[in-house]
Design a protein around this ligand. Structure first.
Ligand SMILES: Cc1ncc(COP(=O)(O)O)c(C=O)c1O
Length: 393
């Protein structure tokens, strides 16, 4: 494959690997420690949020988010949770795993995302306790309006920003700052990589505290001394010895390690320039895409900075999708389905969820969409190969 989804594991790969090797040799400790804590600070500062809680994957971050909300009594078994119909499996799997009911909210095929009109339509037939919105492929919905609707309907708003790190809306700023908390993924093919890794950013200190309990076994070791004192007093834990193995609430082991903390710190430095490159590539390829009458364009007027995750293509029919996927493959450009398509059609969904909704937007994306990679390292020659594949045949 000439142009795989992702060309390399890291920005400045050779130097990063060498520095990682040096770090491993000299680090006094490799389990979660100072590098992770510093990365949390630096990443949450980049996002402009109070707290960052680092995890071993984006999927783990999503799982922890729902466990934390249940531990805090803000969600309970049987609650109906809206989620974007165009998303990733481990976005909504925790909803099922933790005993709640996922309710699909359609996406708009022109923006690839849930728009306020999609949410209003769902709320007209179903009352939701929360909305877990995915900012898909670096695009996003009208999140300012969606935030207002959630507020008016007393619903929690949570964001899965695993595919849109760096995107900024004209109204309201960076994606991942509209809800009570937002998740991020640092898996290799994402905007920045720690090989495996994830984060939750939040301005809510109560969420952050519970997320740290959920992340590590349900204990209090990663809390501040004042927070530890509060938990220990509440449960009559009288000594440091006893506190070592006191488990206050439900949790998992979803901890990152110092190698990933080190990588996060080194890769974060390249993020702003990489986001610009992703947008430049997208806009360059979009011109060719819009000149092809077999293909549909996307609306991104409401987006100030488009941190495109992968380059999406929407064909005017299923037959044309088949044709263009084959053209891409023959040109050596890796093509993939548009994330999980209409996720209600996935085998796991049918096994566990009985209530299905009409989702014309997600169906269109499922049947007629695909994407190829857009990484900052694409060179002129590679961008021209993709542009050629996008031309009318
Ligand atoms: C929207 C979305 N959410 C969650 C995830 C899970 O992230 P991870 O692979 O780090 O577990 C992904 C992964 O690609 C994703 O695209």
């Amino acid at each position: 494959m000439k142009i795989p989804l992702m060309k390399c594991a890291f920005s400045h790969e050779e130097e990063t690997k060498r520095k990682l090797a040096e770090f491993i040799i000299s680090a006094p400790r490799l389990s979660m420690d100072k590098q992770c804590a510093m990365f949390e600070k630096e990443f949450s500062t980049y996002q402009g949020q109070r707290d960052g809680i680092f995890f071993n994957s984006g999927g783990s971050a999503n799982l922890a988010m729902f466990q934390a909300l249940k531990n805090l009594g803000l969600l309970k078994n049987g609650d109906k949770i809206g989620f974007s119909a165009l998303t990733w499996s481990t976005n909504l799997m925790p909803i099922i795993q933790l005993g709640m009911e996922p309710v699909a909210v359609d996406c708009d095929s022109h923006t690839l995302n849930v728009m306020s009109h999609n949410l209003k339509k769902r709320l007209a037939d179903t009352k939701l306790q929360a909305l877990f919105i995915t900012n898909a492929l670096g695009f996003a919905g009208d999140l300012d309006e969606i935030k207002n609707i959630c507020h008016e309907n007393k619903m929690l708003l949570l964001e899965d920003n695993c595919e849109a790190l760096g995107t900024e809306l004209k109204n309201g700023g960076k994606t991942g700052t509209f809800g009570g908390m937002a998740s991020f993924s640092f898996f290799v093919a994402h905007h920045m990589s720690t090989v495996e890794g994830g984060m939750i950013c939040t301005d809510n200190s109560e969420y952050a505290e519970m997320l740290r309990i959920v992340r590590a076994n349900g204990w209090d070791r990663n809390l501040t001394p004042a927070q530890q004192e509060k938990w220990r007093a509440r449960y009559g834990v009288g000594s440091e010895f006893e506190a070592k193995y006191t488990f206050f609430d439900l949790g998992f082991n979803l901890r990152p390690n110092e190698m990933t903390g080190f990588l996060g710190r080194s890769q974060l430095k390249y993020l702003p320039e990489n986001v610009i490159k992703r947008q430049e590539h997208y806009l360059r390829l979009e011109k060719t895409m819009l000149s092809n009458p077999d293909l549909l364009g996307f609306t991104h007027d409401h987006i100030k900075l488009l941190s495109n995750f992968a380059f999406p293509v929407m064909c005017k029919s299923m037959e044309l999708r088949e044709k263009y996927v084959s053209i891409f493959e023959k040109a050596g450009v890796e093509a993939r389905p548009m994330i999980a398509g209409n996720i209600q059609k996935q085998p796991f969904y049918k096994k566990y969820v009985s209530k299905l909704y009409e989702l014309p937007g997600a169906d269109a994306v499922h049947d007629c969409g695909f994407y190829c990679g857009n990484c900052p390292e694409l060179n002129d020659e590679e961008l021209n190969i993709i542009a050629d594949a996008l031309r009318k045949k």
